[in-house]
Ligand binder design. Structure first.
Ligand code: PMV
Length: 338
């Protein structure tokens, strides 16, 4: 362990799950009942600076930038979760010191992109570096996940990443299946809803097992995971796309049939799903996936990206289409940038 430095800035990207983490034996610790596979994104990133700070209160100062980039004191619930994660890291690594934390996302809030995945990964990397702790990517994955954001486990790596379920030998370490250079795929995010969702993913994980179809999903998933691994291995886009779209619909079937039921979809979600089916019938290769929200991620190949973007932007109910693609692992540098 090296000595602490005065400040560190880290950047980490969000990710979109091809096979979703949904349902947990311990949601607060993000212990997944099933393995998941995702693609790390490129432009949808969180930037976090951690700086040693002598606040009179002796408490960490936690700031969050708004969409114009202006920093302000973060809302109480957000600060509590961040503060608990910093305490966990300080206690484990036995490194005291009050910190000023400032975070900015490069993408709009509530756009159906997991800011918790990029946010907690960037936070974990910036804080550990400021405390003088150098984590391996596997350790970064484990510690980011301890924040309670399961998908953060996968943002510690670039490219295509698998996070094994909690019954495996290495219960919380993700691993890279394929580098970002090995296969260039795009993610177009059709934003149909910008309000925050009513039911958090944490609550969704809690309710998942109440669906009568949940155990059946777990039985079917090993074959589906194999299919995604094989499609990645062979760079077979049609094979990947078919299973990714089928998986997203099945995850939402569990969501719809949870007790009480959750409805993340909005009319625009269905309109995009339908349009993408038509585009496929017309010969364009595009497949949909949705996380715990209404917005639709359309996975496609670079050659078709512009045409699909233009078609989706015209669908009724689509407010905007964000363009992203496969991206790389988190990075950090010394100094405060926020
Ligand atoms: O990372 P969490 O705990 O917010 O859960 C993520 C849930 C999904 O985004 C729906 C699926 C996934 O694996 O990313």
């Amino acid at each position: 362990m090296s000595t602490s430095i005065s400040s560190a800035t880290a950047e980490a990207a969000s990710n979109i799950a091809f096979i979703k983490y949904w349902g947990s034996s311990d949601p607060e610790r993000a212990a997944p009942r099933n393995s998941s596979i995702s693609m790390t994104l490129s432009d949808c990133r969180s930037i976090c600076s951690a700086t040693h700070y002598d606040g009179e209160s002796g408490r960490d100062q936690i700031l969050l930038a708004d969409e114009r980039g202006v920093l302000d004191v973060a809302p109480e619930s957000f600060s509590r979760r961040i503060g608990a994660h910093i305490d966990r890291l300080r206690t484990h690594f036995e490194r005291p010191g009050t910190l000023r934390i400032a975070t900015r996302n490069t993408f709009p809030a509530a756009a159906g992109i997991a800011s918790s995945a990029s946010g907690f990964t960037a936070l974990t990397l910036a804080v550990t570096r400021a405390l003088g702790v150098a984590l391996s990517p596997e350790e970064l994955s484990r510690w980011s996940r301890r924040s309670g954001s399961g998908s953060a486990s996968r943002s510690a790596f670039g490219g295509y990443v698998e996070w094994p379920d909690s019954s495996s030998d290495d219960p919380d370490g993700s691993r890279q299946l394929l580098t970002e250079d090995a296969w260039s795929l795009c993610d177009l995010v059709a934003v149909v809803e910008t309000r925050a969702k009513d039911v958090s993913s944490l609550e969704g994980h809690r309710r998942a097992a109440s669906s009568p179809y949940y155990e059946r999903r777990l039985e079917l998933l090993p074959a589906r995971l194999d299919e995604v691994r094989a499609a990645l291995d062979q760079r077979d886009f049609e094979r990947l796309g078919r299973v990714v779209e089928e998986e997203a619909i099945d995850m939402h079937l569990i969501v719809f049939s949870s007790k009480p039921a959750i409805f993340y979809w909005k009319p625009g979600t269905l309109a995009v799903l339908e349009r993408v089916r038509q585009l496929r019938a017309d010969g364009l290769a595009a497949y949909c996936t949705m996380d715990a929200g209404a917005n639709v991620h359309i996975i496609c190949q670079p050659a078709d990206e512009q045409s699909i973007h233009d078609e989706i932007a015209r669908v009724e109910g689509v407010q905007k289409v964000l363009r992203d693609r496969v991206g790389s692992a988190p990075v950090w540098r010394e100094g405060a940038e926020l």
